[in-house]
Design a protein around this ligand. Structure first.
Ligand code: TXA
Ligand code: MG
Length: 288
C-alpha cells in the first residue's frame, strides 16, 4: 500500500494471525509495535485515548506524516500482537489518496510497517516495494513514488512531557509550537522505541522451558500436548506464526487464573521463534 511517506505492508490490525504473518514475512528479529493507520480523528479516537495535545496535533498535521502514541482504548481493534503487548497504540492518518481509499473500503484500522524485509531500507517506489515484498504480499497497489520518502514522525503522548521517538517530515519545531517542549526520548529510542517501553508482564511468575508443569501451574503448551482447563496450547501443530499470534492473549488468559506460576513449554528459536522467546524472557523478567 502506498503512503505519502513510504510504502507499507498492510494487514488487518484486529487479526492476530494476519499480524503474525506480517512479522514473519518481514523477518523482524523481534516484535516491534506497529502503527495503526486510520482515516481520521474520529477513527483514531475510537481506538486511542487522545488528549488535548493529541487533538491539536491531529488538527494541524492530519492527514499526514505524523504518528501519535497514546494509551490504547480498544484492545480488540488493535490486537495485542500489533501493539507488542503494550498498553499504548501508535495511530496515524496517511495522506496518500490510495491509502485513504484502502482504509475507507476496509472500514477499520490497518497496521502497515514499511514494506521492506527487516534491516533493509524502506521502499519509496512501487518497484522497490514489489522487489521487497511482492513475493508474499497478496496484492500490490501502485501509487507512484512516495512524496515524503521518510517514515513518519513519531511523538509519544504517554505520561509526562511529550517525547520525540522518531524524527520525520513533521519537525520538532512544528510540534513544539503547538504542544510545548519535546523531551528527549533517550539514546536508544530512535533505533527501536518499542523495545524500550515496558512490555506486558503477567502478575504470576513465569517459568520457561517447562515440559512437565506442576500442579497449580497454568501451562502454555506448544505442539502435541494434553488438554485441560489450565492448558493453553500456543499451536497444537507446532506452527510459530500461530504461536506468535496467540502469545500475548494466552499469557493474559493464563494470568487470569491466578496460578502459582505460568509454565511455558520450550519454543524453538528459529525464525519467528526468536521473537517469541525474546518476549517470553521479558515476561519472565530475564531481560528488559
Ligand atoms: O511512515 C510511516 O510511519 C510508515 C508508513 C508505511 O506509514 N510506517 C512505518 O512503520 O514506518 P514501522 O513499523 O516501520 O515503524 C513504526 C514505528 C517503530 O519505530 C515503532 O517502534 C514505533 O513506530 N511504535 C509503534 N507503536 C509504538 C508504541 N506503542 N510505543 C512506542 N513506539 C511505537
Ligand atoms: Mg520500518
Amino acid at each position: 500500500m502506498p503512503t505519502e511517506t513510504v510504502y507499507g505492508l498492510a494487514a488487518d490490525a484486529g487479526n492476530p494471525i494476519a499480524v503474525a504473518s506480517l512479522y514473519a514475512a518481514k523477518g523482524r528479529p523481534a516484535f516491534n509495535p506497529l502503527i495503526a493507520h486510520v482515516l481520521d480523528e474520529a477513527a483514531a479516537a475510537a481506538v486511542a485515548d487522545l488528549d488535548e495535545r493529541g487533538r491539536r496535533l491531529i488538527e494541524a498535521f492530519w492527514p499526514g506524516p505524523l504518528t501519535i502514541v497514546a494509551p490504547i482504548r480498544d484492545r480488540a481493534a488493535i490486537c495485542d500482537l500489533a501493539r507488542a503487548g503494550l498498553d499504548s497504540v501508535a495511530v496515524r492518518a496517511p495522506a496518500h489518496a490510495i491509502a485513504r481509499e484502502c482504509l475507507a473500503a476496509f472500514g477499520g484500522p490497518v497496521v502497515a510497517p514499511s514494506a521492506n524485509r527487516s534491516g533493509r531500507p524502506s521502499p519509496t517506489t512501487f518497484a522497490d516495494a514489489m522487489a521487497e515484498t511482492g513475493s508474499f504480499a497478496a496484492v500490490g497497489l501502485d501509487g507512484g513514488s512516495c512524496a515524503v520518502g521518510l517514515e513518519s514522525t513519531v511523538v509519544s503522548l504517554l505520561d509526562g512531557p511529550p517525547k520525540l521517538l522518531r524524527p520525520g517530515a513533521v519537525t520538532r519545531f512544528q510540534i513544539e509550537a503547538l504542544i510545548g517542549p519535546l523531551a528527549d526520548a533517550g539514546a536508544d529510542a530512535g533505533r527501536s522505541p518499542g523495545r524500550l517501553a515496558r512490555h506486558y508482564a503477567p502478575s504470576s511468575p513465569v517459568r520457561l522451558n517447562v515440559a512437565d508443569p506442576a500442579l497449580g501451574e497454568a501451562w502454555l503448551a506448544f505442539g502435541d500436548a494434553l488438554e485441560g482447563p489450565a492448558i493453553f496450547n500456543l499451536s497444537p501443530t507446532g506452527n510459530l506464526n500461530e504461536a506468535a499470534a496467540n502469545l500475548f492473549t494466552f499469557l493474559r488468559a493464563a494470568d487470569r487464573l491466578s496460578p502459582t506460576a505460568i509454565a511455558v513449554a520450550p519454543i524453538p528459536h528459529a525464525g519467528l521463534g526468536e521473537a517469541i522467546n525474546d518476549r517470553l524472557e521479558r515476561a519472565a523478567g530475564k531481560i528488559g
